[in-house]
Design a protein around this ligand. Sequence first.
Ligand code: PLP
Length: 402
Amino acid sequence: MITHADSAASNAEVIALAAAHEIGVYARQPVAFVRGRGCELWDADGRRYLDFFAGLAVTNLGHCHPAVVQAIHTQADRLLHVSNHYHTVPAAELTALLCRHSFAERVFLCNSGAEANEAAMKLARRWGADRGGGRYEILATTGSFHGRTFATLTATGQEKYQRGFQPLLPGVRLVPYDDLAAMAAAVRDETVAIIVEPIQGEGGVIVPLPGYLPGLRELADRRDLLLVLDEVQSGLGRTGRLFAYEHAGVTPDIMTLAKALGGGIPIGAMCARAEIATVFTPGAHGTTFGGNPVACAAAVAAVDALARPELLAHVRELGVYFRERLEHLAERHDMIRQVRGLGLMLGAELDRPGTPIVERCLQGGLVINCTAERVLRFLPPLVITRAELDEGLAILERALAG
Ligand code: PLP
């Protein structure tokens, strides 16, 4: 047994302990991280890594951002939990902050991206029942990822995640992504909402055509549908705007957030227009830990930092630089078929499975990820410097060369 005080535990010891006790739903890389700072991580054997993954788009401010850590310490000394039977200062501040920085007028706080999307789907159904003439059907898209609960899994248009879990939720239908005509044709009398990611993350960093989100907005307005944007991965500065919908010049009716919201602490949020949110009356929905004071204090500090115009400008600038460097790599390495993405949400599609490259990068001291089997995904902390990008790209180039 490794105790918390036993700082001498090695990677191998941690991995063996986990392997003997965990339910094996994760295909983990063979490394145990013990410390992080900014864009750097250290493993249990004392080895340093550069992080181009940010804990799957969570540590957008870098590891252990001082303002987030300070907010957690301060709040942990004051109050850890009281339940949603009562108000707390951090939760009230966070909902106000999210409304100040977005289209939203009302916010429901929860604990994860799946829960935020689950809440959005329930809100859409309740709105359909109360105001929408009894409509209930939700249209989602192929290639999407919205979470692992039954409702969000049903809206997740990837067979590999759904296999063995049928029957799924009735009243949810999948339509091809980035296909306005298909979406328009799919709307029928029962349809109440459309849920999409502004950029598909898990699906392979798929950026839709510029007219897609405005077209969905127009369709939703014309057919009296709710437009739900899942910004769990694309939101909170990742694309160089606080929310990805800002690039398209349209606003959703409902937006979901999680991942980077808590600066590394679990939290989710469903943000909505007031008129829609009113159908969620007392008792209609809830969760014990939603709005937890420590998570909210961390999130207030994180959103404050993520919304700074200079940080967002830095993401846009370094996003262009990173993309150009990846395009140069693509010229030298035939295995890279396409480079795509926005801001610091970038992907390089390969002509082969990406896992061996991810493993070689890790061996070289760089943390990256592969999604949709062949897409190397780059989600570095948004505070990354040009020098750190260069250092990581040199490791990537060596990994590509084999
Ligand atoms: N929505 C999107 C776009 C995601 O990328 C994810 C997770 O990767 C989720 C929802 C689910 O979030 P969580 O894992 O916090 O439930």
